[in-house]
Design a protein around this ligand. Structure first.
Ligand code: SF4
Ligand code: SF4
Length: 71
């Protein structure tokens, strides 16, 4: 596997984080975890389905879901 593009990118400058860490709670495959600074980290990028739920529900729009393929 060459350079793996991250399926979700968290813009930490936009993440306060919110109370309750919404994204961590809503990920259906549970791959978002609370990092040392209380901000979300993508713990298992390979399992991300790019469903977009985390990005949709983030109150500050801090999360971007990337395309699965790039030409
Ligand atoms: S896009 Fe979906 S599967 Fe991937 S981290 Fe966000 S909520 Fe989880
Ligand atoms: S939902 Fe958004 S603001 Fe809340 S912890 Fe996740 S990235 Fe940060």
């Amino acid at each position: 596997m060459d350079k793996h593009k991250a399926p979700v990118i968290v813009d930490y400058a936009k993440c306060p984080p919110c109370s309750g860490l919404i994204c961590v709670g809503v990920c259906p495959v549970g791959i978002l975890e609370v990092g040392a600074d209380k901000k979300p980290i993508v713990a298992d990028a390979a399992s991300c389905t790019r469903c977009g739920v985390c990005a949709d529900l983030c109150p500050t729009k801090a999360i971007t879901v990337t395309r699965s393929k790039e030409t």
